[in-house]
Ligand binder design. Structure first.
Ligand code: NAD
Length: 254
């Protein structure tokens, strides 16, 4: 029987306190996994036998190493890492502030590198394979106005996905990325406000513009992304690695 059963698996979801990450956490729990949330923000959901929270800034190597240690001590093993934590900063390329560029690359690109490195060591030592799932974006494949630093960071995530996939393949560790389109989260709502200010447009107009660009006729809910992440965490994706899967309602097809 086909079931997305993750019973006995231990997963880490970075940025799991809100938005897409939170939907991934809920989906993993529904599938029977034990889940650790590594986020800078406090998690509203109460801890339980299956849910563990570690306050973590993914761009700091000491915090990442400590988080991996805490999770493996708490749950006894590790099977799945979802590199979801991310931020977006917006401005025209010629106006991007150096500190915004650094901050975006630190969280979105360096954070993926640090967490992958620390988690892969554990997965390799266990010798039972594993799944690493990176949340890139359609901005990892195409350019979008006002998103220079973000686009660069998400292209970097797809690059790391491909290299890690090749290097970890012999250990049966699958490394894939999901490339969401427009997802209704706090990040997207903030982007509409800032983008609206920079373009002199009303935020509501941008929301309508967003919806009109999606062939399937609506922007995504966090659950739309979580559904594909669950597949990539399951045995049904065992023969896939190094891929960047678009979940965009048809907006991106490359
Ligand atoms: N919302 C979209 O339209 C969209 C589209 C494509 C890709 N994405 C990507 O999906 C991921 C999740 O985005 P979201 O829309 O849910 O955003 P969100 O802002 O709603 O949630 C992001 C979470 O990451 C956490 N976070 C931020 N910086 C962190 C750090 N340094 N260390 C640990 N945690 C940190 C935040 O506290 C928050 O809980 C991001 O990587 C984002 O780039 C989002």
């Amino acid at each position: 029987m086909y079931t997305m059963d993750l019973t006995g698996k231990v997963a880490i979801v970075t940025g799991g306190a809100n938005g897409i990450g939170k939907a991934i956490v809920d989906a993993f729990l529904d599938c029977g996994a034990k889940v650790a949330v590594a986020d800078m923000s406090v998690m509203e959901k109460a801890s339980s036998d299956h849910l563990y929270y570690v306050k973590t800034n993914v761009s700091k190597s000491d915090q990442v190493e400590d988080m991996i240690k805490q999770v493996t001590t708490h749950f006894g093993r590790l099977d799945i890492l979802v590199n979801n934590a991310g931020i977006s900063t917006m401005d025209y390329m010629v106006d991007i502030k150096e500190q915004d560029w650094d901050r975006t690359m630190d969280v979105n690109a360096k954070g993926v590198y640090l967490c992958t490195k620390a988690a892969a060591k554990i997965l390799k030592a266990q010798g039972e394979g594993g799944k690493i799932i990176n949340i890139s974006s359609q901005a990892g494949k195409n350019g979008y106005r006002l998103m220079g630093s973000y686009v660069a960071s998400k292209h970097a995530v797809l690059g790391m996905t491909k290299v890690a996939a090749i290097e970890l393949a012999r250990d049966q560790i699958n490394v894939n990325a999901v490339c969401p389109g427009i997802v209704e989260t706090d990040m997207k709502r903030t982007e509409r406000v800032i983008g609206g200010e920079l373009r002199g447009l009303d935020e509501e107009l941008i929301r309508l513009e967003d919806n009109s660009q999606v062939p399937l006729g609506r922007t995504a809910l966090p659950e739309d992304i979580a559904n594909v992440v669950v597949f990539l965490a399951s045995k049904y994706s065992d023969y896939m690695t190094g891929q960047g899967i678009n979940v965009t309602g048809g907006m991106t097809m490359n």
